[in-house]
Design a protein around this ligand. Structure first.
Ligand SMILES: NC(=O)c1ccc[n+]([C@@H]2O[C@H](COP(=O)([O-])OP(=O)(O)OC[C@H]3O[C@@H](n4cnc5c(N)ncnc54)[C@H](O)[C@@H]3O)[C@@H](O)[C@H]2O)c1
Length: 256
């Protein structure tokens, strides 16, 4: 692939799982440089080392996506270090606590919405300002990370499901606002993907992985690389007429 030739990329939540795979896939697709933002400084540094091992320059930035100033600083660092921002992948997310809606703790609700939805909004907002020609940017492409849980209900995860639906609404609204400024905004809805986030969830009960695998039309989890390929394609000029789309990469789980 060479769909991102010469592009400068920012990947938030890039210190692990899907975000790490996105950072590496972007380099394979020709990205000139990658900034890896994560609240986990060590994870971000590890991803940077993997990117550099592929021969591309990279920089780790410690950022909590719920902190508007820190997000602005991460984007500013990208521009100062590598001369601009062309593509961005917003991945930072958490499962949040489990529980039925009637008993759900309001602090758990706020925390999950804050990271997954407000965090995505803050990243998107800062990236749009950096990419907008009106503020000196050169256009670009942004991909927000939703989920199959952005399209369907999953009992026991009300905050997660609400946050991932919200990401799709935000993606569509912003996509229409910015398409004429040369900025395309899309989302990816992955199915169950083998990452530390899902491994942690499955570790609660050995039956969970069997249940997920049984419920999957293809009979297995996705690899982070399979999801990263969808993100890279949406970021590339090959997707030049794809705007506000929720690309479902779940082997058919949501169409059963
Ligand atoms: N793994 C799956 O099955 C799956 C399925 C659908 C959607 N997703 C979504 O994909 C994204 C990545 O998930 P993953 O499975 O790779 O998980 P992961 O836990 O491996 O990676 C998530 C990363 O986000 C970072 N992060 C968490 N809170 C943050 C914050 N406040 N600020 C900055 N960084 C923060 C973590 O440190 C971690 O590096 C998430 O948005 C998740 O909801 C995952």
């Amino acid at each position: 692939m060479s769909g991102l030739d010469g592009k400068v990329a920012l990947v938030t939540g890039g210190g692990s799982g899907i975000g790490r795979a996105v950072a590496l896939a972007m380099v394979d697709a020709g990205a000139a440089a990658v900034v890896v933002g994560d609240i986990d400084a060590e994870g971000a540094r590890e991803t940077v080392a993997l990117v550099e091992a592929k021969g591309a320059p990279a920089r780790a930035v410690t950022v909590d996506v719920t902190d508007a100033d820190a997000v602005e600083r991460a984007v500013a660092t990208t521009i100062v270090t590598f001369g601009g921002l062309d593509v961005a992948s917003n991945n930072a997310g958490v499962n949040g606590a489990g529980g039925r809606t009637g008993d759900y703790d309001v602090d758990d609700w706020r925390r999950t919405l804050d990271i997954n939805l407000t965090g995505t909004f803050l990243c998107l907002r800062a990236e749009l300002r950096a990419m907008s020609p009106a503020s000196g940017g050169r256009g670009g492409a942004i991909v927000n990370m939703s989920s199959g849980a952005g399209l369907m209900g999953f009992p026991g995860l009300p905050a997660y499901v609400a946050s991932k639906h919200g990401i799709l609404g935000l993606t569509k609204a912003a996509a229409l606002e910015y398409v004429r400024e040369g900025i395309r905004i899309n989302a990816v809805c992955p199915g169950s993907t083998r990452t530390p986030l899902l491994e942690g969830f499955m570790a609660q009960d050995p039956g969970i992985e069997k249940m997920i695998t049984r419920g999957s039309p293809i009979g297995r989890l996705a690899t982070p690389e399979e999801i990263a390929a969808a993100v890279v394609w949406l970021c590339s000029d090959d997707a030049s007429f794809v705007v506000g789309h929720a690309l479902v990469a779940d082997a058919g789980a949501t169409i059963q």
